[in-house]
Design a protein around this ligand. Structure first.
Ligand code: SAH
Length: 368
């Protein structure tokens, strides 16, 4: 059997960040230009610096060989490019890499690189922990600690890009790691704005997906930004009774309000919606639930992404049997829903976010 390999960070990667310095990745291109101009440097240096960081993948100002030495030193004095450390890397035989990233205040988040044909997709976290409390999910078991900054979100993308050979580029981003992206919308949008910028990572918004538990006012704000990101809504149940059990924030919102906000997003963006449905054995995988889902989704232009549950240690939920997955699928397909059963890629490396952090926490506390 091919087992995943776990590498711990080598000690040379360990560096403490100087709190006096600013995190360069927290700046917009305009902020950087303004800083340069205020220090008497030409505006075009901003583009050069971004090129070195995002395209040439350098980690130190000293490597930016077309900048005057004095500017490199000045930048070094004022900024960190990177403030996080890769704590552990888990590589799965199917080409999936998962990083556990340690933040300057000691918090940890996870991010994943998936290689699939020509695609190089990354799954990125938006918060340390999560406040949504979905009962089956590892990320929210201890609640939320804090929002990630723009720079911390971008840094995950860059650390994953570093894992690709020079000639390969990231092609897709999903904001589907730890946390609720719409509860940290300003910073998520700021980071994605750099990710889509040709001077940044140059990834089209059509290849970027924001996944949400379904917070209608924030979905409306995202719509008002008028950038055609893909929206994925984590549905997990076809009625309020069951959804409120599985996704506690639903109690105050209700499925209809979530669907209405998603419909508004579709109408103005023209982007086909995705609904996610984690299939939990004996909980939300019955024929009745499949039929109710058909009723809800049949007339909508959506893709339903069904994800067989990836078990989390200590939680009572199980992956459904092959037969109940097949039955569920048949009812949806016959009902005319555009459905995709997502492969559990990387499941052997705890690719459902929150699990690596949790399992490592257990290992280190049990070995103490
Ligand atoms: N908060 C956002 C994004 C993070 S969760 C959201 O709710 O969409 C990303 C997706 O992974 C969600 O659909 C979530 O329900 C799913 N997920 C979480 N834990 C899982 C697990 N153990 N197995 C399978 N999918 C899981």
């Amino acid at each position: 059997m091919n087992l995943p390999t776990i590498q711990k960070a080598v000690s040379s990667e360990t560096q403490t960040s100087d709190p006096q310095k600013q995190h360069l990745l927290n700046l917009s291109g305009e902020d950087l230009t303004n800083w340069l101009v205020s220090k008497g440097h030409p505006k075009f240096r901003s583009g050069q610096i971004l090129h070195w960081v995002f395209q040439r993948r350098v980690h130190a100002f000293s490597e930016m060989s077309d900048l005057p030495k004095s500017l490199r030193e000045e930048l070094e004095e004022h900024f960190h490019i990177y403030v996080t450390q890769s704590e552990a890397t888990v590589t799965s035989p199917d080409g999936t890499d998962k990083l556990l990233v340690r933040l300057p205040d000691g918090g940890e988040v996870e991010c994943v690189l998936l290689r699939d044909g020509n695609r190089r997709s990354i799954c990125v976290s938006s918060q340390v922990g999560c406040a949504m409390g979905c009962v089956f999910c590892a990320s929210g078991l201890d609640g939320v600690d804090r929002n990630l900054t723009q720079g911390e979100i971008l840094e995950q993308m860059l650390l994953l890009q570093d894992r690709l050979p020079e000639q390969e580029r990231l092609s897709h981003i999903v904001m589907m790691g730890m946390g609720e992206p719409l509860a940290n919308l300003d910073r998520v949008l700021a980071a994605l704005s750099v990710a889509k910028d040709p001077k940044g990572l140059g990834i089209s918004p059509r290849r970027i997906t924001i996944s949400t538990v379904g917070l209608p006012p924030a979905i409306d704000r995202l719509r008002e930004s008028s950038i055609p990101y893909n929206l994925a809504v984590s549905l997990h149940a076809p009625n309020d009774t069951l959804r409120s059990q599985l996704v506690p924030v639903n109690r105050k919102i209700g499925i209809n309000a979530v669907l209405d906000a998603a419909d508004r997003y579709f109408e103005s963006s023209g982007r086909r919606l995705t609904f996610e449905y984690v299939l939990l054995g004996g909980v939300n995988d019955s024929d009745d639930e499949a039929r109710e889902l058909v009723h809800l989704l049949r007339k909508r232009n959506v893709l339903l992404n069904v994800i067989p549950y990836n078990p989390v240690q200590g939680l009572p939920y199980i992956t459904p049997t092959k037969k109940s997955i097949a039955d569920f699928r048949q009812i949806l397909e016959r009902g005319g829903v555009n459905v995709q059963f997502r492969q559990r890629k990387g499941s052997e490396i705890d690719a459902a976010c929150g699990q690596l952090r949790r399992n490592r926490g257990k290992q280190s506390s049990s070995s103490q």
